[in-house]
Design a protein around this ligand. Structure first.
Ligand code: PLP
Length: 362
């Protein structure tokens, strides 16, 4: 919808200037192969479905009542699965909401917040939304974080690990170096993809009073439709997040989300088996795409970042789209010759490979 300047006079001046995030497309077309938003190709644990059905069965009794504002049951399930004390856990309506609270709670400072030029595109949006100063630090030519860049004055540090959309993991030794160099600012690690083979920094939380680790159930737990994210940090940081949350929405976690996410965290075996399948499919897909001439950055995520030297990435994305396969293309400096491709099932990945081989690259 096109809003006229005249209609805009009703908007708050700040809102007129917003540049909102554009989510990956959720097409309404049938038989489309969606490899564009890093969802998990497998269903959630059957225990999740049972838990939702149980809430449904009691819905006449419980839906009229507010849910637990603290989502204590969920915090306990996360604490148990992550092997951390329950008072180090914060939960929110998707990790996007948790991230928003982290920005508000820690990063509205005199000094700018530091993050890489190529990373999750919600960070500039939140920075603008909360009036946060930023200093953008380029990744090196191999798309890696330059640790020494993160040793300058700052009002906070944001690192996605593994990074998105590059899929590259930063080792915990480098992360500790950054944490130690910045004793007076909060370092936030967005670990949305950590369960696909990277090492989590949750184990460092007890050692560093300036560390916040953020994770989500959207990717590795197949619950993108449920909206459950969480953060782990020492209690003095959790307290700030609770203060922000209770100044915005006291009940972000509904009864379905709490019950389903608890069931997911209690079914560790399903979670591990499913992620192993995604990792195995990733390795197979990387091998097949390499054979077709693609260059692929080393991935520790449930997606790959791939370029084909012989073909324009934007064109390749449209040609795949014409054939019912959607991948993510970012028309941005440095990465406009890459495609971000979500790992599907082996069958789905094979459809991608066959389409490229038999229809596009002939
Ligand atoms: C998907 C993603 C999120 C958002 O996850 P939700 O919990 O679905 O809101 C956050 N950070 C990164 C880097 C992501 O890729």
């Amino acid at each position: 919808m096109n809003i006229t300047t005249e209609q805009m006079r009703f908007w708050s001046p700040e809102v007129r200037k917003l540049k909102p995030y554009t989510p990956g497309e959720q097409p309404k077309i049938q038989n489309i192969l969606k490899l564009n938003t890093n969802e998990n190709p497998y269903p959630p644990s059957p225990k999740v479905v049972e838990a939702v059905q149980k809430v449904l069965a009691n819905s006449a009794d419980v839906l009229r009542l507010y849910p637990d504002p603290d989502a204590s049951e969920l915090k306990q399930a996360i604490a148990k699965q992550q092997n951390v004390p329950v008072d180090t856990v914060f939960v929110g309506n998707g990790s996007d909401e948790v991230l928003a609270h982290i920005f508000k709670a820690f990063f509205v400072q005199e000094q700018p917040v530091l993050y890489p030029d190529i990373t999750y595109s919600f960070y500039p949006v939140y920075s603008q939304f909360f009036g946060i100063r930023t200093k953008i630090l380029p990744l090196n030519d191999d798309f890696e974080i330059v640790v020494d860049d993160y040793k300058q004055a700052n009002g906070g540090i944001i690192i996605t690990n593994p990074n998105a959309p590059t899929s590259i993991e930063l080792g915990l030794a480098a992360i500790e170096e950054i944490l130690q160099a910045n004793p007076d600012s909060v370092v936030m690690l967005d670990e949305a993809y950590v369960d696909f083979g990277a090492e989590s920094a949750v184990k460092l939380v007890e050692k560093y009073e300036n560390l916040v680790v953020c994770q989500t159930t959207s990717k590795s737990r197949s619950l993108a439709g449920l909206r459950v994210g969480f953060a782990i940090a020492q209690p003095h940081l959790i307290a700030a997040l609770e203060a922000v949350k209770n100044s915005f929405n006291s009940y972000p976690m509904d009864r379905f989300a709490i019950a389903a996410a608890v069931a997911s965290f209690e079914d560790q075996a399903y979670f591990e088996a499913q992620n192993q399948k995604v990792i195995a499919s990733r390795e197979k897909l990387v091998f097949q795409l390499n054979e077709l001439g693609f260059k692929i950055l080393p991935s520790s995520a449930n997606f790959i970042f791939a370029s084909l030297p012989s073909k324009d990435a934007g064109e390749l994305a449209s040609e795949l789209r014409e054939r019912g396969i959607i991948v993510r293309y970012f028309n941005k400096p440095r990465i406009n010759q890459f495609l971000r491709i979500t790992i599907g099932t082996d069958e789905q990945n094979q459809r991608l490979v066959d389409t490229l081989k038999n229809e596009i690259l002939v």
